[in-house]
Design a protein around this ligand. Structure first.
Ligand SMILES: NC(=O)c1ccc[n+]([C@@H]2O[C@H](COP(=O)([O-])OP(=O)(O)OC[C@H]3O[C@@H](n4cnc5c(N)ncnc54)[C@H](O)[C@@H]3O)[C@@H](O)[C@H]2O)c1
Ligand SMILES: O=C(O)C1=N[C@H](C(=O)O)CCC1
Length: 269
C-alpha cells in the first residue's frame, strides 16, 4: 500500500474533483494523500468524505497546496487556468507528475506549462477519455482523405456551468482536422458567426458551442460535402470516463522523463 503512488486532487469540491476523489479512493493502484481547495472555500478544514456527503475518511481538505504536494507522487488538476499554472510551478519543484485536465488556457499560460515540463512530467489533455482520443485520430484521418471540398464544422454541447468555449475537446478535434489538411488551426478557425457573415470561406474549420442543463459533453465533427455529409460523434454520459483517464495518466507518468505528454502517450494510440 505504502509504495502505491500518492495522489493529490486539486479542486476537490468541483464536478471533476469529486469524481476524481471517488475514483482514486476506489483504485487499488494509487492512494489519495491530499485534497486541495482554494483559500476561503467552505470545504477547507472539513473531512473530504463527509464534505462529499459520505462517511468520514480521515482526510481533511486543505488550502496548503505546497504542503500536500510535497507528500505526493502525482497531482490531478481539473480546476481553472490560473490555478493550474500556479500548481505547475509547485509540481515542478516537487518533481511530482502533474495531470492537467483544465481547459481554456491562453498562449502565455500554455508557455508557462511548457516551461514547467522541463522539470517534471506533465500529462495534459482537453479530454482524458479513451473515446475522444480515438475520435481525434479518426478526425485527422478523415480530414486528410476528404480534402477541402468538404466543409468541416465542429459542434459541441456542455452543461450550463462551463466557462470556456470552444471546449478543450473541440479544439483538439479542430487541431486534428487542420493537421489532416496540413494547415494550422489558427489560420483557418472560424469561431462565433453572427449577422451578415458572408459566405463560408473554403477551407475554414467552424466551431459552434451549445451550453445548457447538465450535458456532460457531446462533440460532432461534421464533414459536409456536395450531396453527402459524414458525422463523427462522441457522447459522454458520465464524468467517470475523464477521471479514469486522469488516474491512468498519473500512474503512467511515474518514472517517466520530464516533458509534456498527452493521452496518446498514456493510451498508446
Ligand atoms: N480534460 C478533461 O477530460 C476534462 C473533463 C471535464 C472537465 N474538464 C475541465 O476541468 C476544469 C474543471 O471542470 P469542473 O466542471 O470540475 O469545474 P468546477 O468549477 O466544478 O471545479 C473547479 C474546482 O476548482 C477549484 N479551484 C479553483 N481555483 C483553485 C485553486 N487555486 N486551488 C484549488 N482549487 C481551486 C474550484 O473551487 C472548484 O471546486 C474545466 O477547465 C473543465 O473544462 C476537463
Ligand atoms: O465539463 C467540462 O467542462 C468538460 N470539459 C472538457 C472540454 O472542455 O472539452 C471535456 C469535456 C467536459
Amino acid at each position: 500500500m505504502g509504495n502505491l503512488p500518492g495522489i493529490v486532487v486539486m479542486g476537490a469540491s468541483g464536478r471533476m474533483g469529486q469524481m476524481l476523489v471517488h475514483t482514486v479512493l476506489q483504485s487499488d493502484r494509487a492512494r489519495l494523500v491530499g485534497c486541495v481547495e482554494r483559500p476561503g472555500h467552505p470545504w477547507v478544514g472539513r473531512d473530504v468524505g463527509e464534505a462529499m456527503g459520505g462517511a468520514h475518511i480521515g482526510l481533511p481538505v486543505t488550502d496548503d497546496a505546497v504542503g500536500v504536494i510535497a507528500q505526493a507522487q502525482a497531482v490531478i488538476d481539473f480546476t481553472a487556468p490560473a490555478a493550474t499554472v500556479a500548481t505547475a510551478t509547485l509540481t515542478a519543484q516537487a518533481r511530482a507528475v502533474h495531470v492537467i485536465g483544465t481547459t481554456g488556457f491562453n498562449p502565455e499560460e500554455l508557455q508557462k506549462i511548457r516551461a514547467a515540463a522541463r522539470h517534471a512530467v506533465i500529462v495534459r489533455a482537453g479530454n482524458m477519455s479513451l473515446g475522444v482520443n480515438l475520435l481525434v485520430g479518426l478526425t485527422r484521418k478523415v480530414s486528410a482523405v476528404l480534402g477541402p471540398e468538404f466543409d468541416i464544422e465542429i459542434v459541441e454541447a456542455h452543461h450550463r456551468h462551463k466557462v470556456d468555449a470552444p471546449s478543450g475537446t473541440a479544439l483538439m478535434l479542430g487541431e486534428a482536422a487542420a493537421e489532416g489538411r496540413g494547415v494550422h488551426l489558427d489560420e483557418v478557425a472560424e469561431r462565433g458567426r453572427d449577422g451578415i457573415t458572408g459566405a463560408r470561406d473554403s477551407g475554414a474549420i467552424g466551431f459552434s458551442a451549445i451550453r445548457g442543463g447538465d450535458v456532460v459533453g457531446e462533440h460532432d465533427v461534421i464533414f459536409a460535402g456536395a450531396g453527402e455529409r459524414l458525422v463523427l460523434r462522441h457522447i459522454a454520459t458520465d464524468r467517470a470516463i475523464f477521471a479514469r483517464g486522469a488516474l491512468a495518466a498519473a500512474i503512467w507518468g511515474q518514472d517517466r522523463k520530464p516533458g509534456e505528454y498527452d493521452m496518446n502517450d498514456v493510451l498508446g494510440l
